[in-house]
Design a binder for this molecule. Structure first.
Ligand code: 5RP
Length: 252
């Protein structure tokens, strides 16, 4: 299990190359060490967060944790957590959370994040913005020099109405950074991907650094068709990175 994997990575180098999923699991298990009985917990979405939720479920079953209330950031996480017997609630009932644990698609040197390639950025941002502590769990492939630096998408959730118009506006905002805006489509049916909130996602690809993230985020949010963007600026309080040489914990 992850505890054994972690022991194998620290302090001496591992005996074999760990898979990306094993690294995700190591980061996730490390984050769950911050969880205490009685906490209200934000439960993230994605393959890394899934390991953390599994672990919380396991500790509850073993009686090593109790009185946890989970606030899920997606329907997918809601289903996983309820199948594990984790008691669930929402922001209406619990507007202040002790801790949230979630993955990320990119992490820059200042611990700014790109999230939402899994499509749950809006609920993640609402929930993770209400946490006393927000622990981000990644394998080291997610570390970038600047937001957009992986060459992969920075997602923006928009309303479906006249989505081409909004996509064009988004692309124009970042013309200087060589931005290309693409509607996300569902691989299953080739139709527009629909979020848990009934919206579409525009994925923005940048050729260059977009510079001031706060200014970029504000400009995106000023477009009327935009619901939220996937840059999580200055939100993470703790970063856990699992790599071949072990697991590192960094506090902001
Ligand atoms: C979902 C997210 C995920 O946290 C992000 O996509 C990372 O996913 P994974 O842990 O599967 O690599 O933001 O909206």
């Amino acid at each position: 299990d992850a505890a054994a994997l972690m022991a194998s990575t620290s302090p001496s180098p591992p005996q074999r190359i760990l898979t990306q999923d094993e690294l995700k699991k190591i980061a996730a298990y490390k984050a769950v060490e911050f969880v205490e009985s009685g906490m209200v917990l934000g439960l993230g979405t994605g393959s890394t967060a899934k390991h953390a939720i599994d672990r919380i479920g396991e500790l509850l079953r073993q009686g090593k944790l109790s009185n946890i209330i989970g606030i899920p950031t997606s329907t997918q996480t809601h289903n996983q957590a309820s199948s594990l017997g984790i008691p669930l609630s929402d922001l209406d009932t619990h507007p202040v959370l002790d801790l949230a644990i979630d993955g990320a698609d990119e992490v820059d040197p200042d611990m700014n994040l790109v999230k939402g390639r899994g499509g749950s950025l809006l609920r993640e941002k609402m929930i993770e913005g209400c946490c006393k502590k927000f622990v981000v769990i990644v394998d080291e492939s997610k570390l970038v020099d600047y937001v957009g630096g992986s060459g992969l998408a920075m997602p923006v959730e928009i309303v479906p109405f006249c989505w081409k118009f909004t996509a064009q506006k988004l692309q124009s905002l970042f013309e200087e950074a060589g931005c290309v805006a693409k509607l996300r489509v569902s691989p299953e049916n080739g139709k527009p991907y629909v979020t848990d909130n009934g919206n579409f996602i525009i994925d923005l690809y940048f050729k260059k650094d977009i510079g001031d993230l706060k200014a970029a985020g504000d400009a995106i949010l000023r477009l009327a068709g935009v619901v939220e963007h996937g840059m999580f600026i200055d939100m993470a309080t703790t970063l856990i990175v699992a790599g071949e040489l072990g697991v590192r914990v960094r506090n902001k």
